[in-house]
Write a protein that binds this ligand. Structure first.
Ligand code: SF4
Length: 692
């Protein structure tokens, strides 16, 4: 194990948005994780956190890898050779196709400093509009809904400590028992205080098993469910008329849309019995305080924004927003899912959550960067559309990927593989040889997690600091060093520091006056105050744990209702593909599994992908427990071991998405996009299950 270079420093977990606090200790020649007191995790860690130190001994490249020809194997190379290759490839692509012939793809687990630097690198260093990131796959619809309804995209607009105070909580399409396990202590505390938990999910997950009420809805029917609950709230006089009048606008339009969703119609659309719909509406409406939390279930759909707005309508109509222990929030998945979408790696965004299309916003950031605003490219395509441009005529010829395993994380893997293979050059910077790195022309090994310092913004909007505790192995650069090296070799000068603290100082200035204003946050404050909530515009500002208590962030301070429709499914089941596929996560793995599949204890717990199928459905197909089966959709096929359960809908099968190869769930998924947020529809498509 590497020696500790900062034994007193603390860090946070490398995985989910809970960002549990931990320390590394040396013991018997090994590094071990030990929990650290912190107000959010309160000493808790799940098995992923406990085993995180095994990442230091996981197999990883310690030199760059290079392919001499497309059909040649990757071979070790020096940094000099690899960086020359990258710079030549960028130069050739831009000489042939202009600045936009190079694309950049980032990730929601990158620190704030890396996300900021990547955006600046793309727009100033490369001058390309083609930059987006994998947050487009997970949070984009909730972010767009939050902006539309409240004028601000803050995942949870309240601290975790408020959760136990809510008398009722609806979790729609989220399974924190497996995805954010340490958050469960707050739900358990809520229950111990007599609180009610409602879970809407096609599966009876570990979270649904804790609930007072489980609404086992058809995948893709969330807008109907949310409208149906609002319909009952209107009918049964559960509305908070004073709140609606004082703090919102647009209720009549939302009410009109919900009027078409009477309970027995909602029962037919969602499969949820009418009596449960009524019970859920009354539990939420009659509680003095309530929260509605959405997860990827409703959000990762081609009408993800409408779904989230439907649940927001319900919270607003019941007067359960902008008050203590009330509110709508989204359960962020990736470690820096919140901060990663605030500082400029998104296709349409500049630091501080500024809008790349707004002249005033462009001028503010250009002034910090010392460039003419006219030289900044305009907004580019969203993630899936960016991938579609790869290798297309007049499209992207060279792509740099940092912090994302596209071949596992993106929908419709066969299409993604085809587009990446059509590039002149694919460069992947990753600590590990991920499935995407294994396809690359150049692999650049970079530091991970506690090998570098940086800030992360957790699911509550609390900015945290991860200290550097261990030096990266020789032969490995940090992402910031790598970007600086490439920029310099391209002759674009030293336009940012490779020191994360310097980058954060620049980020503070660039975000000042923006929506996500970090100007008053310093690393010293983060340590002293155990994190600081944005917006925090000045050093004397206390931070903003509850941004909507006094007013919402819209120009008139009122939250907006929206008329929400339930569109027809993009791919309803038919004779050829008679079942619905939905995807999700398991406790022992994290996202594309690039890290967690390299931790033996986690791999042993969940060694392979599987398909969860109802026992009755399986019997009808002649499938027994443990059989290998083939799942087929209009885009591809996957080979998976069958797990027979009684906890999933008869018409639905579930596949976790953490694996590559033939067990890759995204061989099956549909890249149809939400019209507003451009999030792809991971959560529902038509599928056939065959015996193998
Ligand atoms: Fe905490 Fe999430 Fe890490 Fe588990 S994976 S220890 S819940 S941050």
């Amino acid at each position: 194990a590497p020696p500790l270079c900062n034994p007193t420093g603390g860090t946070h977990c490398p995985y989910c948005a809970m960002q549990c606090a931990m320390r590394l200790v040396a013991k018997d020649g090994r590094l071990e994780v030990t929990p650290r007191d912190f107000p959010t995790s309160q000493g808790g860690l799940c098995r992923k956190g406990w085993t995180a130190a095994d990442l230091f001994t996981a197999d990883r490249p310690l030199t760059p890898l290079l392919r001499d020809r497309r059909d040649a194997p990757l071979r070790p190379a020096t940094w000099e050779e690899a960086l020359d290759h990258v710079v030549r490839g960028i130069g050739a692509a831009q000489a042939a196709g202009g600045a936009d012939a190079v694309g950049v793809f980032g990730g929601g687990a990158l620190t704030n400093e890396k996300a900021y630097a990547l955006g600046k690198f793309a727009r100033v260093g490369l001058g390309t509009c083609n930059i987006d990131y994998n947050g487009r796959f997970c949070m984009a619809s909730a972010a767009a809904a939050g902006n539309r309804a409240f004028g601000l995209d803050r995942g949870l607009p309240f601290p975790l400590q408020d959760i136990p105070e809510a008398e009722a909580i609806l979790i729609a399409g989220g399974n924190p028992a497996e995805t954010l396990p340490v958050l469960l202590q707050y739900l358990e505390a809520q229950r111990q205080r007599g609180g009610q938990l409602i879970v809407a999910d096609p599966r009876r997950t570990a979270t649904a098993a804790m609930a007072t009420l489980h609404l086992q809805l058809t995948p893709g029917s969330d807008a109907a469910l949310a409208n149906g609950l609002l319909h009952i709230a209107v009918r049964d006089r559960l509305l908070d008329e004073d709140f609606i009048a004082a703090r919102t606008t647009g209720f009549p339009t939302a009410r009109r849309a919900a009027a078409a969703w009477w309970p027995d119609r909602v029962e037919r659309a969602t499969g949820v019995p009418e009596r449960q719909l009524v019970q859920a509406a009354h539990l939420l409406g009659e509680a003095a305080t309530a929260m509605i939390l959405t997860g990827r279930g409703p959000e990762q759909q081609r009408h993800g924004v409408a779904n989230a707005l439907g649940y927001i309508n319900l919270a607003l109509a019941l007067g359960k927003a902008g008050r203590q222990a009330c509110g709508w929030g989204t359960l962020t998945g990736q470690g820096n899912g919140q901060g990663g979408r605030e500082h400029g790696q998104k296709a349409d965004q500049l630091p501080g959550y500024r809008n790349l299309a707004d002249p005033a916003h462009r001028a503010a950031v250009a002034a910090i960067w010392g460039v003419d605003p006219a030289t900044l490219p305009g907004p580019g395509p969203s993630a899936c559309e960016l991938l579609d441009r790869c290798g297309a005529p007049d499209g992207i010829r060279a792509l740099l990927v940092q912090g994302c395993n596209l071949l596992v994380a993106a929908p419709n893997t066969n299409r993604v593989r085809e587009r990446l293979a059509a590039l002149d050059m694919l460069v992947v910077a990753d600590p590990f040889l991920s499935e995407t790195a294994a396809l690359a022309d150049v692999v650049l090994p970079v530091a991970h997690w506690a090998e570098e310092a940086g800030t992360i913004t957790n699911l509550e909007g609390r900015v945290l600091l991860r200290d550097r505790l261990v030096a990266p192995p020789p032969g490995v650069l940090t992402d910031l060093e790598l970007l600086q090296e490439i920029a310099e070799r391209l002759g674009r000068g030293k336009f940012f520091s490779a020191d994360a603290r310097d980058v954060f100082e620049e980020l503070r200035r660039a975000s000042a006056g923006g929506i996500a204003d970090y100007a008053g946050i310093t690393w010293e404050r983060i340590v002293a105050e155990q994190g600081v909530f944005w917006p925090c515009p000045t050093p004397g500002h206390p931070g903003t744990p509850r941004p909507f208590q006094e007013r919402f962030a819209t120009p008139d301070g009122r939250a907006r209702f929206h008329a929400v429709e339930q569109p027809l499914s993009a791919e309803p089941p038919d004779q050829e593909y008679p079942l619905l596929l939905t995807t999700g996560r398991v406790l022992a793995q994290y996202n594309s599994g690039t890290q967690t599949r390299r931790v033996q204890a986690l791999l042993a717990a969940d060694p392979e992908a599987f398909v969860e199928i109802h026992g009755e459905t399986a019997r009808g197909l002649g499938i027994a427990e443990g059989n290998m089966v083939r799942l087929v959709t209009r885009r591809g096929a996957a080979a998976l071991r069958a797990r027979l359960v009684r906890t999933i809908r008869l018409d639905t099968v579930f596949v976790p998405f953490h694996w590559g190869g033939l067990g890759n769930a995204n061989l099956l998924t549909n890249a149809v996009l939400d019209p507003v947020s451009r999030i792809p529809e991971f959560k529902t498509c038509a599928v056939r299950v065959e015996c193998m």
